[in-house]
Every structure is written in C-alpha cells, then in structure tokens.
Design a binder for this molecule. Structure first.
Ligand SMILES: Nc1ncnc2c1ncn2[C@@H]1O[C@H](COP(=O)(O)OP(=O)(O)OP(=O)(O)O)[C@@H](O)[C@H]1O
Length: 346
C-alpha cells in the first residue's frame, strides 16, 4: 500500500504537487492520470525518496522509503527506462541491483526470462531499442519480487505487442494481490488496464474513484439527429416527451431515447432526417473535461481544444473501451509468483 498525506512539492514559486492525499491499495491496478506537467513523475519520485517533499508525507506499507533496508524487496519501479548504465550488459545491470539488495543471483535469470530478454542478456543495453529498454526497466522493478510496483508511463513509445504485454503484466501482478500504481496521460489506455483511478491536474487531486464509477458517470449515451426541418422535429420530439438539446452545429442530442424509436417517430411525421446516430461520449473526452482547467500546455490552432475550461472538445467517438473488453489471455510470465511457496516472508 502507498499512502500520501498532504504531499506537496515546490520548485521555487512553482507548486508541482499540491497537498495530495490518497491511498494506492493492493489487488488492483491503480491508474495515475493527469495531463502533461500535472505532477505525476514528481509524485512518483517522492514515493521513491528521489525528491524530498516540501511538506506532507508518503509511506510505503507504513514506512518512508529511506527506512526500508533493501528497498527493491518492497517496491519496484520503472521511472525512466533510459536511466541505465549503457555500457553494462542487461545481465550485469540487474546483477548489480540484485547484489545491492541481497537478492539471489538466480532472480536475475528469472526476471530476464519473465520480460523476454534472456537471448540478449549479455548484450550492452546501449544498443537496446526503446521496447527492450522498457523491458529491462521492468525486469529491474520485478527483481526483488516486491509487493508494490510503480510504473511511470510504461507504454510510451512501445509497439502494440509491447503495449499488450505490459497491460497484461500489470493486471497479472495486481491479480496476485500486489499494489500496482501506473501513470499515464491517456484515459483510453487506463480504461483498458486500471480498476481504480487517481486523476490530478496542476498537482492537485481531481478524482479518486473506481474505473467502473468513472465510466458510469462519464459514458454519456445519446442519439444525434440532424434535419432540415428543425422546428418541426423539435415539436414532435418534445410532444413525445423527449428532452431535446440543440447543439452549436445545428444537430439535436436526445439522451432519453433510442435510435430506432426516434427514427420511427420522425418517419411517422414525415420529417426528413439527414443524420440519426447513436453516440457515446468517450472516456478520453470525460478526462479532458475533468482536467480542462488544469492543462498547462494547450495545443494551438484549429485542432486545439480551445481555452481551458471552455469545454470545446473534439467530436464524440464511440468509447468501446471499457475494461474487460480486451479478450487476450495473460501471457506466461512470472509463473514462479503464482506458487505461494515461492513468495518470501516479510
Ligand atoms: N526539477 C524541477 N525543477 C523545476 N520544475 C520542475 C522540476 N521537476 C518538475 N518540475 C515542474 O513540475 C511540474 C510537474 O512536472 P512532472 O514531470 O511531475 O509532471 P508529469 O505529470 O509527470 O508530466 P508529464 O506527463 O509531462 O511527464 C511541471 O510544471 C514541471 O515543469
């Protein structure tokens, strides 16, 4: 379990992390979401004692990171995959880490196998691709067989196979009862992976919620209607008891009807429809709406989302991304952890 209490980090007059209080619990993947510059990496660095808080506190199973002897046995983290000595082989990189935490040498072979790097174990990591570097960083995080794992933007720059592998890795670790805390700036990615969400913006907590609740509250479904006879259609819909929302582009949004019923109603009254389409607001849109005030860097030009807080957002897209929809089986990694006898006592 990771517990933050009023955690704050200031750099001069810039407050990167602002009184964050939340708990990351075991047994689920907790997504840590926020736009660029929200303070995710700074928070994670404070969890690991790499940055000192300006105020507040963060505990790992009740203790500060500095109080953990052999910390890799309690918490493993991937913060920056490039943060390795490029001149060392993958094997030696892991061996150095293992020795500094009194982790037996055979774990190096095990984690290399787990992440699929056995064949390149004796190669210097400076020649590794981004994906191989991520895998090496994950191997380091897994080395001490820790109960708590933290990954900062682990899918950045990975190909689809690598992304799929990391998703399943995180879910599998959580299913074993571990605490898995993963940052991302993509809601769509978290919707496929996380069961719980912590959302921050400008260093502040914006949401601490289950993914199921977030989806229920934010996956707005409605039917979009477009007609050259708007007044007539509006009267018909209102007379039929529907609430009609007119949008800026001249279409109608009906939240309390289904497409077949609305199409039939229009046909019965001989109203021409140019569009009749079921819509679902995407989770990405809900996330952007939530963090709109807190986005530090906006895209310019016509495709930007407009000034913070205006709610001027890109067009809805079908969500279709709820958790549990990914059908692929978990890969055969980390089989040794599924055997309770192989877990170390703490
Ligand atoms: N060492 C530092 N000195 C000054 N400002 C910093 C420092 N580290 C981070 N910041 C600032 O703190 C804020 C939070 O940065 P942080 O990297 O934690 O955000 P993030 O959510 O991880 O962003 P991203 O998704 O872009 O990685 C940013 O405005 C950043 O510029």
């Amino acid at each position: 379990m990771i517990e933050l209490q009023g955690l704050t980090k200031r750099y001069g007059d810039k407050t990167a992390v602002d009184h964050l209080t939340f708990t990351v619990r075991p047994g689920v993947v907790t997504g840590f979401l926020g736009p660029n510059g929200a303070g995710k990496s700074t928070t994670m660095r404070m969890v690991l004692g790499l940055d000192a808080p300006s105020s507040g506190d963060v505990r790992i199973d009740g203790r500060r990171y500095a109080q953990l002897s052999e910390p890799l046995k309690y918490i493993g983290a991937l913060l920056d995959a490039k943060d390795v000595h490029g001149g060392r082989t993958a094997y030696n990189h892991l061996l150095c880490l293992a020795q500094s935490n009194r982790i037996p040498r055979h774990r190096v072979d095990e984690v290399l196998e787990t992440v699929g790097l056995t064949a390149v174990a004796k190669k210097r990591s400076k020649g590794f691709s981004l994906g191989m570097g991520q895998r090496l960083g994950i191997a380091a995080a897994l080395l001490g067989d820790p109960e708590i794992l933290m990954f900062d933007e682990p899918v950045n720059g990975l190909d689809p196979e690598g992304i799929h592998w990391i998703r399943n890795l995180m879910k599998g670790l959580a299913a074993q009862g571990r605490t898995v805390f993963v940052s991302s700036h993509l809601m769509s990615e978290m919707a496929l992976t996380a069961e719980h969400l912590i959302v921050i913006g400008r260093g502040r907590l914006l949401a601490d919620t289950s993914m199921a609740d977030f989806i229920q509250q934010n996956s707005r479904s409605y039917v979009r209607l477009r007609t050259p006879q708007p007044e007539r259609l509006q009267d018909i819909l209102t007379a039929a008891g529907h609430t009609v929302v007119s949008t800026a582009d001249g279409s109608f949004e009906i939240q309390d009807g289904d497409a077949a019923e609305l199409g039939t109603l229009a046909a019965q009254h001989q109203v021409v429809l140019h569009e009749l389409s079921p819509q679902r607001a995407s989770l990405e849109e809900a996330f952007m709406r939530l963090t709109a005030e807190a986005v530090e860097y906006h895209a310019g030009g016509p495709t930007g989302f407009g000034p913070a807080g205006t709610g001027a957002l890109p067009q809805d897209v079908p969500a279709g991304q709820a958790p549990g929809q990914e059908q692929a089986p978990a890969p055969e990694w980390g089989a040794q952890w599924r055997n309770p006898g192989s877990r170390k006592g703490r």
